[in-house]
Design a binder for this molecule. Structure first.
Ligand code: NDP
Ligand code: X2W
Length: 331
């Protein structure tokens, strides 16, 4: 059995991942942690999420210095479902103890530390680790995920955007930037109360325009500049990224369809041309759905990718990274 602990287990992604790990043959959930002074420490996770009754019986423990040292002794892997800076501060000790680290935050997604000061608002505390991290887009980087001890699980918008764009990267007209408009459900903002995620305040609106931290993440992984506009939608779960690109002149629908065959036999599903995914089709699911339509006269392709932000956009992709890393079959 491979022992996995989760730090930040009371949050939306941490709790979602706890349920997935508890169901995964070959994995044992060996500890659930919150911050040292958390109001939730000592509570069973199922007290916060009654849907986990009979599924996850562990209590939430405060991450004291002693608890961290003990965790380093008995876990094989640790998932960091914590804020970016908290993850960046915790990773060195865990790696030094020989553990595999699966960071769901953005704390290790860039090799260039400058991006942290520019887009995340902090100086990275251990920039020397960044070159060791493997970006965990699981459908694309299996070999690296198997080898590296530090896996940077991608952000939710980048997952949806990159799953749609990477297969067609060679078909893109380099003169035109892909334009990504994406809408996320409110759970993307995490469990903590805030004015922007308050029920009475939420109404469809763009945010983070021309400066969201997922812009450099998408550009780094795609190798080209993009326009990225995230939107907050008044629903709980899911992301729909609708992307407009110009393709090289003469690209045919058959070439587009052929490019997406890279996902055959995976959890990324291509819909027939002109059929569009809905967020509700993937809410709670570990699948991604991709719809597309090509205007061959204008060489304009619209491609839409729907995922659940808490699953393929975070927890189920983290589980895929764990099973790839430890050489297991997915459940
Ligand atoms: N929500 C989403 O759709 C996605 C989120 N992510 C990323 O995943 C990470 C977690 O997100 P999410 O689950 O939404 O966040 P939440 O705010 O819902 O949860 C954060 C968790 O971290 C705990 N925590 C806070 N400070 C510490 C600390 N110092 N030590 C240990 N635990 C701590 C919190 O508990 P407490 O405060 O009680 O200690 C809570 O359990 C973030 O980096 C986020 O950006 C990535 C992809 C998608
Ligand atoms: C709706 C909402 O607020 N979404 C979050 C994205 C969550 C995510 O993917 O988190 P990472 O920071 O780990 O990349 C945001 O825009 O900040």
């Amino acid at each position: 059995m491979t022992n996995i602990a989760i730090i930040g287990a009371s949050g939306y992604t941490g709790a979602t991942l706890a349920e997935l790990i508890a169901q995964q043959p070959g994995l044992t959930l060996c500890g659930l942690y919150v911050s040292e002074n958390s109001a939730d420490s000592g509570k069973p996770l199922s007290e916060l999420y009654p849907n986990l009754l009979d599924k996850v019986s562990l209590p939430l423990k405060p991450l004291t210095t002693e608890a961290l040292a003990a965790l380093c002794q008995h876990a094989d892997g640790v998932c960091l479902a914590t804020d970016h800076l908290v993850s960046a501060q915790l990773a060195p000790q865990l790696l030094e103890a020989g553990l595999s680290v699966f960071d769901l935050s953005g704390g290790h997604r860039f090799s260039d530390p400058e991006i942290y000061s520019k887009f995340y608002g902090f100086e990275h505390p251990s920039p020397e680790l960044l070159s060791q991290a493997q970006y965990g887009l699981s459908n694309w980087y299996g070999a690296g995920i198997a080898k590296s001890k530090l896996i940077a699980v991608p952000g939710c918008y980048p997952t949806a955007s990159l799953l749609a764009l990477k297969p067609i990267a060679a078909l893109l007209n380099p003169q035109m930037m892909p334009v990504i408009n994406a809408v996320s459900g409110v759970s993307g903002a995490g469990r903590k109360a805030s004015l922007t995620s308050h029920f009475c305040q939420v109404s469809l609106t763009p945010y983070g325009v021309l400066g969201h931290r997922h812009l450099p993440e998408i550009e780094t992984q795609l190798g080209t500049k993009v326009v990225f506009t995230p939107h907050l939608g008044n629903f709980k779960r899911g992301i729909l990224a609708t992307i407009t690109v110009q393709l090289e002149a003469g690209t045919t629908p058959a070439q587009v369809e052929e490019a997406y065959h890279c996902y055959d036999n995976s959890k990324v599903k291509l819909l027939p041309q002109g059929h569009w995914p809905k967020v509700d089709d993937v809410a709670g699911s570990d699948c991604a759905l991709i719809g597309w339509k090509l205007d061959s006269e204008r060489n304009t392709l619209v491609v839409a990718c729907a995922i659940d932000n808490l699953m393929k956009g975070a927890a189920s992709q983290a589980l895929e990274c764990i099973t790839i890393h430890f050489g297991m079959e997915a459940a």
